[in-house]
Write a protein that binds this ligand. Structure first.
Ligand code: GTP
Ligand code: MG
Ligand code: ZN
Ligand code: ZN
Length: 239
């Protein structure tokens, strides 16, 4: 976790970030877009999951990706092969995406495309089990991944992301026998942090669980559309 108060500048960094997140959220709501913030430690399988998601749900769901990495466009290039807009954001020395960086991404999306034509923006956050959960980017939904190779104790040791998640994917289930992962214990530890979270075990390699994930995605876009159409928000002035 970062220092959240900058004494020199006298500002609360999380508070400033929240204003940026509200700005992004207003854009998404104006355009009727649902935004998922996809988070995990490095290598848990975010890009692999997004590859499967784009392959299965496009063009049924019109998607764009905002891809956060400290350096390189390696993940962005993997996802561009699926024919959807992928906006790469290099965070430099920052180990998470913040709202301002994502604002740059969504302004670019709005510049290059007609944003109201999109249903879902998938933000792949920087691989990091701690800070991405603290820096909202304007998402409606937080999706966290925990791979079976990371150890059953991680939800207890790094609680914030697990407490905040709306959906928790236990990834790489095909590897569970090799690392003697105790799936029941992983799920119990996640539930201890967040009793109501949806838990979906998946393998991007074998396809196990992916249909459940796709259905969860579909239903959460519908919920958002329904919420927007019945309770229109007052859009904030957007730059
Ligand atoms: N066996 C197996 N390997 C997987 C699975 N999903 C991803 N991997 C592998 O795990 C490694 C990391 O996967 P990525 O999808 O790049 O992980 P990531 O979370 O996007 O990584 P960062 O963006 O660097 O944080 C790659 O070698 C993948 O092929 C899975 O379901 N099973
Ligand atoms: Mg990745
Ligand atoms: Zn960070
Ligand atoms: Zn704006």
């Amino acid at each position: 976790m970062h220092q959240t108060f900058d004494a020199a500048l006298g500002i609360n960094l999380l508070h400033a970030n929240q204003e940026g997140a509200d700005h992004n959220r207003a854009h998404f709501d104006q355009w009727g877009i649902t935004c998922f913030n996809v988070m995990s430690s490095p290598g848990a399988g975010k890009t692999a999951l997004l590859e499967k998601t784009l392959a299965a749900l496009s063009p049924e769901i019109k998607m764009a990706v905002i891809e956060g990495d400290m350096t390189t466009e390696l993940d962005a290039d993997r996802l561009r092969q699926y024919g959807v807009p992928v906006i790469a954001i290099n965070t430099g020395r920052s180990c998470h995406l913040d709202a301002k960086m994502v604002a740059g991404g969504i302004h670019r999306l709005a510049h290059d495309y007609t944003p109201s034509e999109f249903d879902l923006v998938l933000v792949e956050n920087v691989g990091n089990l701690v800070c991405p959960a603290e820096f909202e980017v304007g998402e409606h939904v937080k999706v966290a991944l925990l791979s079976v190779t990371e150890g059953e104790d991680k939800p207890l040791k790094y609680p914030i992301m697990f407490q905040e998640a709306d959906c928790l994917l236990i990834t790489k289930t095909d590897l569970a026998p090799y690392v003697e992962a105790d799936m029941e214990q992983i799920a119990a530890n996640v539930r201890q942090m967040n009793p109501d979270v949806t838990i979906i075990p998946v393998s991007a390699k074998t396809g196990e669980g992916l249909e459940l994930w796709f259905e969860w995605v579909r239903s959460h876009i519908r919920v958002q559309l329904f919420t927007n159409s019945t309770q229109p928000r007052q859009p904030q002035p957007a730059a």
